[in-house]
Design a binder for this molecule. Sequence first.
Ligand SMILES: Nc1ncnc2c1ncn2[C@@H]1O[C@H](COP(=O)(O)OP(=O)(O)OP(=O)(O)O)[C@@H](O)[C@H]1O
Length: 246
Amino acid sequence: MAPHSGQLKPAVRVENLVRCFAAKTILDDVELDIREGEFVALLGKSGSGKSTFLRALAGLDHEVKGTGTLETPEKLSVVFQDARLLPWRTVIQNVTLGLPGETGQEAGRKALAEVGLAGRETAWPNQLSGGEQQRVALARSLVREPALLLADEPFGALDALTRLKMHDLLRELCAKHRPAVLLVTHDVDEAISLADRILVLDEGRFVEDLRIDLAVPRDHGDPRFAQIRTRLLSRLGVDAPGRRAA
Ligand SMILES: Nc1ncnc2c1ncn2[C@@H]1O[C@H](COP(=O)(O)OP(=O)(O)OP(=O)(O)O)[C@@H](O)[C@H]1O
């Protein structure tokens, strides 16, 4: 009965997933299980198909259906690089959209407090910084208590310091709410900082599936952190930090 004991059933099950655009195969017979509460980061070179895969899981790609097994929970939320808030609605209205009554309002206020935006309920999106808008987007996702959170480069547009703060926030929120997560990112350190497991997509397949057993919060100075980084960079075709493989 304990939520984290023993056998966790998969929140996501993908088998034989194929996606082609014109003559080009982007996802080639992909297989993946993500367990309940598992935090998975997805790395890959630009154009390798990360967003295509996430869109398939989000149910946003109708062409992909019917090519294999694609089981995802009904309650899933998606966060993108841009917050995609409705500019004509206040912050609380954005968060509680579709959630009825005082219960919805209360849940919205609680979610905003959790992302550090208590007191900003009646602000308009354009009165918030980019980082604050992403906090609202996270609150909007988590207020629905999703079993699966799909995040496509959610911090890609933020400055380095804000990004680090958002890592802490996302880690805390996920530890508390325990959704399964698929985080698409270009940032190897972000992946190692946050994920239980890291996948690398290349040429239509997962070429790496690495479990990260380091304690959290992760110590970037830990030699094992550096080893994992080197291994992932090598998979991504980078032979040393900052240098491209020939
Ligand atoms: N709707 C589409 N029609 C045609 N080609 C597409 C479409 N969507 C994506 N592609 C192609 O599929 C490939 C994978 O795109 P995708 O956006 O999934 O890559 P990505 O790994 O997320 O890239 P990036 O890291 O640059 O965001 C690219 O070559 C892209 O041009």
